[in-house]
Design a protein around this ligand. Sequence first.
Ligand code: G3I
Length: 303
Amino acid sequence: ANTLGAAAAGSGRYFGTAVAAGRLGDSTYATILDREFNMITPENEMKWDTVEPSRGNFNFGPGDQIVNHATANGQRMRGHTLVWHSQLPGWVSSIGDANTLRSVMNNHITQEMTHYKGKIYAWDVVNEAFADGGSGQHRSSVFQNVLGNGFIEEAFRTARSVDSSAKLCYNDYSIENWTDAKTQGVYNMVKDFKSRGVPIDCVGFQSHFGSGGAPAGFRTTLSNFAALGVDVQLTELDLAQASPTAYAGAVQACLDVARCTGITVWGIRDSDSWRTGENPLLFDNYGNPKAAYGSVLTALNNA
Ligand code: G3I
């Protein structure tokens, strides 16, 4: 196959990208998007600050723009993200009462998932809830500090009750290296959820890598999580300077694991990336495929 999406489909996987609604009118961007990618994650448009900027006032316009594009072009959607400490409006982060915050969180999940019901393949229900460094514990956030450890479980249970067909994922960064405390913390949470019947279907490994690419143990991490009974995905892949070997290596880690069901890169052209000056994507500023595009396509075709 000669596109990323078609090549990934050859082994039953998808190949996706983050999309910014504001760029859909750029014809170079839209042409590459529709030629190469069959899964879309909104880069910012489904985050809390956009969707519910003040309590009970919902703004689905930017997200709808992306969903409409995906529908018209046969692409599936990953919803990103329902509960996250960042891009969270001040009116939420200043809530100090647990009953209020619980009902605000559950209402946000309910309204957003209801609006997009039937249109989202998988939701990042909770994003980046674990701390960096050696603790292996949840990070400090209004949700953690006011609701306690149970907020993640509560978010997943609410999500399942709203939409029983969407896949429910936990998504995080720096959980690619198996021996890291953060990886172990997330692994233990998923193991606990599976053992107690808390609804979780998938784990997203963001995969924001430096120039050396994925850590050596990445495949081990993916297969150990998959063995718990969840699908795994690379959800925000980008790699400083986009070495073709390092890119193909990161993709290969997924291809080596049966339950790694897809790969999403965090943008199309280098000029679309949040990592200014790092050239971490598969297309250059003009929309030409880079060397890493070729190595990734080959890896997908060989899977
Ligand atoms: O929309 C406003 C615009 O009105 C304003 O004029 C402009 C001035 O700064 O800011 C615009 O908002 C920016 C937004 O992107 C949309 O472009 C924010 O400042 C900026 O902080 C925001 O950055 C996003 C970042 O998440 C926020 O945390 C990036 O685009 C987005 O790529 C990035 O994505 C995250 C994932 O969601 C989660 N994992 C990490 C990943 C990379 O940080």
